[in-house]
Every structure is written in structure tokens, then in C-alpha cells.
Design a protein around this ligand. Sequence first.
Ligand code: IDP
Ligand code: MG
Length: 151
Amino acid sequence: MEKQRTFVMVKPDGVQRGLIGDIINRFEKKGLKIVAMKMVSVNKELAEKHYGLHKGKPFFDPTVKYITSSPVVAMILEGYNAIDLVRTMMGKTNPIDAASGSIRGDFGQFIGRNIVHGSDGTDTAEMEINLWFKPEEISNYIKIDEKWLTE
Ligand code: IDP
Ligand code: MG
């Protein structure tokens, strides 16, 4: 398996509830490398592009409103199977179904306030990384633990 990059965001409820550090800490401990990170006050245009695949669904407008209601922390994480690793660490979309030990399972109560976002596949990861970050905002560097994370 090649290394992957995935787009991850601490949503407004995660920021407001003081969970930025806890969430980033989990990803760091997992061995995922942070290659880009910034706080963003999301405008409607960016929100609608980000959730474009959900346009027409009943939760589209409320989700755009949610994500633009307060700043988010956006990041790109890198690692082996990073996309699926992050999805597993986040837990199912609805915190009711999210396993205990996952971010949504441990910190969330309600599907419309589910704390984190992570890309769900290679195509969406590429789209979201390009949507949220300019190439010069991404740091390509070697981290000292990398050789200990793989055979
Ligand atoms: P995901 O974030 O786990 O990939 P998606 O199905 O892609 O889940 O939905 C995107 C986001 O839209 C969810 O994380 C959540 O914030 C919101 N959302 C999805 N379904 C519902 C719903 O039924 N009610 C309210 N919000 C929803
Ligand atoms: Mg999704």
C-alpha cells in the first residue's frame, strides 16, 4: 500500500467544545503525519463545494449552515491507508452508531453535530485537498518516526 493523503477537518462544534487538541492528539499518536493545517472561517461557496455531492439531500442546507457557523480546523494527514485509518478513527456518521473509542463515539451525540470530517475515498481526498489547500500551504518533509511505522 502506498502512502495516502486525506483531508480532515475539526468541525465548528469540535472547535467550540475545545476538542481541537484531543482530536489532533489522536491522529498524531496514530502516526499520521500532519502535512498542512489551518483555521478557516468557511464561506457558503466553499461549504457548498465541499458538500457538493450531497446537494439535493434534506441535510444539505443545514450542513452548509453548520459548517459556516464558526471556524473549523482543516488539515491534511499522511500515512499508509490514511483515508481508511481516519474513517475508522472518526467512527460512523451518526454518533449513535459510532463505536466507543472512536472520535464521534466518544465525543458526539447527534448526527448533525458530529465533530469531524475525513475524506471517504481517494477521489474525494484529492478533490478536498485541492479545494481547501494551495500547493504552497502543504509541507513535504520527512518525520523521524516514519521508518518505524512500516516494515
Ligand atoms: P460522513 O461525514 O461520515 O462522510 P456523509 O454521509 O458524507 O457522512 O454526510 C456529510 C455530513 O452531513 C455528515 O458528517 C453530517 O455532518 C451531515 N449529515 C449527514 N446525514 C445527516 C442527517 O441525516 N442529518 C443531519 N446531518 C447529516
Ligand atoms: Mg462523507
